[in-house]
Design a protein around this ligand. Structure first.
Ligand code: BGC
Length: 745
């Protein structure tokens, strides 16, 4: 070592001994708020401005001078997105960013099992951590208002209670890795059609009872560290900086201390963004680096235009400081948390998690004559039909598209599991989407097939006739208008002539199983002609293995629908009441806007079905098993209680079949007399119990005051009224097995 260096080292050692060497903001042992204030006090105005907007497609710069790290975000919500070019959406073609694609969030919701949500969050959080991401852009928890919404597969169904419970554990699982969730898209982002210009017109009661509770649960019970604003508007202002949603509700009423991140390209001007509670701007269009400015990101609405506004006295620095504090909190909680775990990619645990979550999410909708599980005593030859048996689905659908390390298709999965025992033949049946590319990520499958529709159909029918059992794999596929961001579906019908094909298959072979792969409900005009129907979702890398588990009977199905399976759009309030896609008008700047009155109000999903006494194809909460469950009598701990008391409802449930299985017992509450119109019943509890054959377990639910309350818009408060209530316990929203009344004095 040179003498001068040696002297320097000695001098530094001396310094550490006498001074507090670590500034407060870098000291993990100090309380978060102290660190935030310390960092804030050291930052220049320019540095404050810098950290509240992007420096690339998915990152913000931090404060290099102070060693405050960059903040990297990634999609979300079903796997960690491949790296993209600095300024572009196109993948960067790294060779080490292939990931685990987990099942779609509808599949997760269909497990009705918060333990699965925790496992999901933990696993995807580990992948994000391993890839050095601070913020995972998910979960998506917008309410399933219409089956046409192109992003339903990224969300958790129609019920605020179910979506909230599942979101909370997802959030906790992810954040245990020192990776923040970014809960999206707050709020009312319920359709993709006109997604930048939709202006939902929603009354307060509907907002608070249907569209906010899952977000509130994620923010407060889950402790989410960031939120993403939607592209849509609300009461004429963009959601990403909507003062009602962000300032009054999220940061005001809920007292939430996290950071609001814009959706990518959702910011349109500075003043509203500054005032409307937005903390970080991402994805705004710039001219890239081609228009001569040294850094195009300086042109962001929350960059130079904001800085200049502050210098001119138009905006106060206090407002900016609030945003900076939130970004600093986010940074200290994530990348600058030295104690966070290291993460993992594609571990055996993640592979198992993918398969287990998917297996618990698959829903057996119908199973006449016990066609499933496949019975070796009756079946020797299996005909597998349909494009979705061979199509890879992890690529496509928009920002949730992934570069999966591998993907087992249904046909591969079946061959792996059943290929030795059975003769398996395959026919395509129809040609749907053969592209297999998204932002430069390719499946490398060649799905082209130039036969005519008639030839494909004839071949499928012939293959079906020649088999003992037909497994049709169809549905949607994440192509535009078929479960994809930016495109709502144009109809509930299956595309590519699948209805005609299914009709023909049902005629050709009475032992037909339809496995519908989609993230949303589809019309099933053939529902009475097909003896067995399975709702499968996009199940990620392990799709084929997961479906083979279910069809072979290795796994007993236990998924339940997280949304109502309508017969047609006539059963959907949003459509029946003429409120979709709304009417074209102009916003306050004269730009196009689509007013979309939510005329159905709080009557979304089963609430609308119940009110109008409709019969959907399959009700919310429905799902069969290879065994059967008997519910005993529900009892309540006290018939009469005081306001604010908790009631406990118990019900014994017995597995009356020959296989072990898990049943999700659902609790709905009905307010028998109320001063306001209330839904016939609302989900207020659920519990998934594992039961061996012959085993009985007693399930208990605690009913608290919030479970009995409605939102009184005049008082702007949740209100519970004394009177009679009924607890309904059932296997679905339409299959109530036992009821018990109780009174609040
Ligand atoms: C989507 C978000 C996504 C973001 C970043 C947007 O188009 O709406 O959900 O997280 O892009 O990819």
């Amino acid at each position: 070592m040179r003498i001068s260096n040696l002297l320097l080292s000695v001098a530094l050692l001396g310094a550490t001994a006498t001074q507090a060497a670590v500034p407060v903001y870098l000291d993990d042992s100090k309380p978060l708020e102290e660190r935030v204030e310390d960092a804030l006090s050291r930052m220049t105005l320019r540095e404050k401005i810098n950290i509240i907007h992007a420096q690339s497609k998915f990152s913000a710069p931090g404060v290099p001078r102070l060693g405050i790290s960059e903040l990297w975000c990634t999609d979300g919500p079903m796997g960690v997105r491949p790296e993209v070019l600095w300024d572009e959406w196109e993948q960067a073609s790294w060779t080490n960013d292939s990931c685990m694609a987990f099942p779609s969030l509808t599949a997760l919701a269909a497990t009705w099992n918060p333990e699965m949500a925790k496992l999901y969050g933990k696993s995807i959080g580990e992948e994000a951590r391993y890839r050095n991401k601070a913020v995972l852009l998910g979960p998506g928890i917008n309410i399933y208002r219409t089956p046409l919404n192109g992003r339903n597969f990224e969300y958790m169904g129609e019920d605020p209670f179910l979506a909230g419970k599942m979101a909370v554990d997802y959030v906790k699982g992810v954040q245990a890795n020192g990776v923040a969730v970014c809960v999206k898209h707050f709020a009312l982002n319920n359709n993709e059609i006109n997604r930048h210009t939709s202006n939902p017109i929603v009354d307060d009661r509907t907002l608070y009872e249907i569209y906010l509770p899952a977000f509130k649960a994620a923010a407060l019970e889950g402790g989410a560290w960031s939120f993403m604003g939607g592209y849509n508007l609300f009461r004429g202002e963009h959601a990403s900086y909507n003062p009602i949603l962000m300032n009054d509700i999220l940061k005001g009423e809920w007292g939430w201390d996290g950071a609001v991140i814009s959706d990518w390209g959702a910011v349109h001007e500075t003043e509203s963004a500054v005032k409307g509670g937005l903390d970080m701007e991402f994805g705004s269009w710039t001219n890239g680096l081609t228009n001569g400015v040294s850094n195009a990101y300086d042109n962001y609405w929350l960059a130079n235009p904001y800085l200049n506004g502050i210098k001119e006295g138009k905006y106060s620095e206090d407002e900016l400081n609030d945003k900076v504090r939130r970004v600093l909190r986010l940074t200290f909680r994530t990348t600058m948390n030295r104690n966070r775990p290291y993460g993992a990619m594609l571990s055996d645990e993640h592979i198992a998690a993918c398969r287990n979550i998917g297996g618990e999410g698959v829903v057996l909708l119908k199973n006449q004559g016990d066609l499933l599980p496949i019975n070796p005593a009756k079946v020797k030859k299996i005909a597998v039909i349909g494009e979705n048996a061979i199509k890879m689905m992890t690529v496509g659908g928009g920002s949730s598209s992934l570069k999966a390390a591998y993907e087992i298709t249904p046909l591969q999965g079946l061959k792996n599991r059943l290929g030795k025992e059975y003769e398996i033949s395959y026919a395509r049946g129809y040609v749907g989407d053969t592209t297999g590319e998204y932002n430069g990520v390719r499946t490398n499958q060649d799905l082209r097939d130039f036969r005519s529709k008639e030839e494909l159909l004839a071949d499928a029918v012939k293959t079906a006739k020649d088999a003992d059992l037909v497994l049709f794999f169809g549905g949607l596929n994440k192509a535009p208008h078929n479960d994809a961001e930016d495109f709502d579906r144009t109809t509930m019908d299956l595309p590519y002539g699948q209805n005609e094909l299914i009709d023909a298959l049902a005629k050709a072979n009475k032992n037909l199983v339809v496995v519908n792969i989609s993230g949303t409900g589809v019309a099933m005009p053939w529902v009475n002609k097909v003896p067995a129907i399975v709702q499968a979702w996009y199940l990620g890398n392990e799709t084929g293995n997961t479906l083979a588990d279910i069809l072979s009977g290795d796994v007993n199905p236990s998924g339940k629908l997280p949304y109502t399976y309508y017969t047609s759009l006539d059963q959907v309030g949003a459509h029946k009441l003429g409120a979709y896609p709304g009417t074209k008008t102009k916003d306050r700047f004269g730009n196009e806007m689509w007013d979309m009155p939510y005329n159905e109000g709080i009557y979304v999903g089963y609430r609308y079905i119940d009110k109008n006494k409709l019969k959907p194809n399959f009700p919310f909460g429905h799902g069969l098993s290879y065994t059967t469950y008997k519910y005993g009598k529900a009892t309540v701990d006290k018939a009469v209680g005081a306001k604010g008391d908790k009631f406990t409802v118990s019900v014994p449930v017995t597995n009356t079949g020959k296989r072990a299985g898990s049943e999700t017992v659902q609790l709905y509450i009905s307010d028998l007399k109320s001063s306001v119109d209330r839904p016939v019943k609302e989900l207020k509890g659920f519990s998934k119990v594992a039961l061996q054959p012959g085993e009985t377990k007693t399930v208990t639910f605690e009913i608290d005051e919030p479970a009995l309350s409605f939102f009184d818009a005049d008082k702007h408060a949740w209100v519970s009224e004394p009177g009679d209530f009924e607890a309904l316990v059932g296997a679905s929203s339409a299959d109530i097995r036992s009821k018990v009344k109780f009174t609040v004095k």
